[in-house]
Design a protein. Structure first.
Length: 693
């Protein structure tokens, strides 16, 4: 019976630049009046329109359906959210749409425990459960299982991955370690952005957006039949204006993007084949402090980060006659970056396969292999370089996980990943999880996991100078220099988690998770001495990357939904985290304080989704974020709102506003290096027209 229950639960298919001056007080008042007027016009005009049935394209799921949503990021096979032994949240396409966002980082603000802070027109700091930074490196982000982290610093450059939001089926966010199945760098969480099957995007689609910050966004898509399957092609262009500098004045950091993409889905070789790919070019102007090659002192440089990317992904899967399932996936991507700070030319090949065996008694086993190779060439600048201009890195890994049905309501999950990389050798990442259905609508779960973050290229091979204008007694410039070393070890985490997920009443849904994380061998820098250099003459204060830091973090995350009425839903989220980092010596203690003070202790959000009538919706989100002492960022509260009505079943007009309570909000400041100038998050109002035909 237990095996039969597991088969029923797991075998279900997956659902398928122009610079403008900062507004003054009069400008802020005018913007407020315009916002109120726009909302009033929207409501009055929509109320006068004849009512008709909504198209249902963005219909929100019931609370029961939300509990049954299938996720693949927890165990690498489909399972209902109610059974997942992890703190997992799912952002459906309807939720993303009704939040009135235009970027993926802004959508991630809806998830409790995820820290999102805007630092530029096209730049964000994004992390989960602490350790946020402009180069946050403990969060694994994937698109359809394809990792998009940057090997140079093990983080994500978000402006390069600006998808057509309507092509996203859902975003699965797992808070907590996922190293046992996904490998290194899945330390504090895993984000998997899952795109829609091309069969669900037939016909044509166009969406135009224009506003005060996003000057223009154009999205187009066409889907049709291709042989025995389906396919789509998509295009997107964006222009976002330059932001207002933290500290005053306008920063010339406008963001422009253009991209083309495709996806095809077809039966093949007795299974299902998916092929996707695309090409993108993103340009974000940057103001950054760099080392002056003539004087070795600091100067501010303004230049463009120009990135060209291309990728292709293929995935084939088949259900076996005995009841198991096999899947193989391969991807290749190329990245070319030209910036003031550094130039990068990178090729990456990623191959992996997995086999989920048919249930045998109380056991259901899944295992897989993965191989990744990266060739990366670096163009040095006086500020940032590497010891080896070109380096090839490889990683080979294997994972296995057994789900054991101890009883009809209690599952034990045992698993782990074994991997080998060129920096630290062999790493082991095990986990033990349990899921207990204590009642038909209530589940308790717990987990103990180990995860590692292996050193990045810059930590093992980098050589960069921190721009300053300090001078020694002889008048020579003092230049702090940080160098990578092959002696740096992987950072490790032991995580203890407990959680509850259920429906306390027919009209409510509640998820609570608590965690305690023990971080060891965190990577910081250690001063090793000073040296003199010539051409130009300077005094170098030399530090190396080292495992100088350790720490703990503990917290709780709560997410609840209340169906107040058939047409009105409220969703609330709250997270608390206490981060305690230790470092040795003055430098270590300073780095520890900086890490601690860049994560908000408290975050909360309240979302209202109101269907005024079948063709009119009003949605609001109230967000509150605690202070960041190390970044000198005060706490703030902001309001986002969206009004949408359907002019016809296939035509929708929206007016949205973000950051409506304050004209400008400082969300983050970067550290000493990289010394990027940061911008404030501005109040914005924009309108969108969407047509399907």
């Amino acid at each position: 019976m237990a095996a039969g229950r597991m088969r029923r639960r797991h075998d279900r298919g997956v659902s398928v630049g122009r610079v403008t001056p900062a507004p003054g007080a009069n400008g802020a008042k005018l913007c407020q009046r315009r916002t109120r007027c726009a909302v009033a016009v929207v409501l009055s005009f929509a109320a006068a329109l004849p009512a008709h049935a909504a198209s249902g394209d963005y219909t929100e799921m019931s609370l029961e359906q939300l509990m049954d949503v299938e996720v693949t990021s927890v165990s690498r096979y489909p399972q209902a959210v109610r059974d997942a032994a992890a703190a997992v949240s799912v952002l459906s396409r309807a939720e993303i749409r009704r939040a009135g966002v235009t970027t993926i980082p802004d959508a991630l603000r809806l998830v409790p425990g995820v820290q999102v802070a805007q630092i530029g027109a096209g730049a964000w700091a994004v992390s989960a459960r602490g350790f946020n930074a402009a180069t946050a490196n403990k969060l694994l982000v994937m698109i359809d299982g394809r990792s998009i982290y940057t090997p140079f610093f093990s983080g994500v450059v978000w402006d390069r991955h600006d998808l057509v939001l309507d092509n996203i089926e859902r975003i699965e966010v797992v808070r907590g370690p996922g190293g046992a199945i996904w490998g290194a760098n899945a330390v504090n969480g895993v984000i998997n952005i899952i795109t829609r099957d091309s069969a669900a995007t037939q016909g044509s689609y166009a969406r135009l957006t224009s506003g005060t910050v996003d000057r223009a966004i154009a999205e187009m898509r066409h889907g049709g039949r291709l042989g025995g399957g389906t396919a789509r092609v998509s295009a997107k262009a964006r222009r976002r204006k330059a932001g207002e500098r933290v500290g005053g004045g306008t920063l010339d950091d406008a963001w422009t993007l253009g991209q083309l993409s495709f996806r095809a889905d077809t039966p093949a070789l007795g299974g299902d084949l998916m092929v996707s790919g695309g090409a993108r070019r993103s340009e974000v102007n940057t103001e950054v402090d760099v080392v002056d090659p003539a004087t070795a002192g600091s100067r501010t440089a303004l230049g463009a980060n120009e990135t060209t990317l291309g990728h292709v992904t293929g995935r084939w899967s088949r259900t076996l006659a005995a009841g198991g399932r096999v899947q193989v996936q391969g991807s290749y991507d190329h990245t070319a970056l030209d910036s003031t700070l550094i130039g990068i030319d990178r090729d990456r090949l990623d191959l992996h396969g997995q086999h989920r065996l048919a249930p045998r008694g109380a056991h259901e086993l899944i295992w897989g292999l993965r191989f990744r190779a990266v060739r990366e060439s670096i163009r040095e600048t006086p500020t940032l370089g590497v010891r080896d201009d070109t380096r090839v890195t490889t990683r080979l890994s294997a994972f296995a996980q057994d789900t054991i049905a101890l009883t009809e309501t209690l599952d034990l999950i045992l698993g782990g990943k074994l991997s080998r990389n060129i920096y630290t050798g062999v790493e082991v990442q095990p986990n033990v999880r349990a899921s207990w259905r204590v009642a038909p609508r209530h589940t308790l779960w717990g987990a103990v996991s180990r995860a590692v973050r292996t050193p990045s290229r810059v930590e093992a091979d980098g050589d960069f100078a921190v721009p300053t204008n300090a001078a020694a007694n002889n008048g020579a410039p003092v230049v702090p220099v940080v160098r990578g070393t092959d002696d740096v070890d992987a950072s490790s985490l032991i995580a203890y988690e407990l959680g509850y997920r259920g429906r306390p009443s027919p009209d409510t849904r509640l998820a609570v998770s608590a965690f305690f994380n023990d971080h060891d061998d965190l990577i910081g820098t250690r001063r090793v001495g000073t040296s003199a250099a010539i051409n130009p003459q300077r005094v170098e204060v030399v530090s190396v990357f080292d495992n100088t830091l350790s720490g703990t973090s503990a917290g709780v995350e709560v997410e609840g939904t209340w169906q107040v009425a058939p047409a009105w839903r409220l969703t609330a989220g709250y997270s608390f985290i206490e981060l305690d980092v230790d470092g040795s010596g003055p430098d270590g203690r300073a780095q520890a304080r900086d890490m601690e003070g860049r994560t908000p202790a408290h975050q909360g959000a309240l979302r209202s989704r109101w269907r005024v009538r079948d063709d009119l919706r009003v949605d609001t989100t109230l967000r509150a974020v605690d202070e960041l002492p190390a970044a000198n960022v005060p706490a703030y509260v902001q309001l986002d709102a969206r009004v949408a009505w359907e002019l016809a079943p296939d035509t929708t007009l929206e007016v949205s506003g973000r950051n409506l309570l304050e004209a400008e909000t400082t969300e983050f400041r970067t550290g000493a290096f990289p010394g990027f100038a940061t911008t404030r998050a501005e109040r914005s109002v924009f309108a969108s027209l969407e047509v399907r035909f």
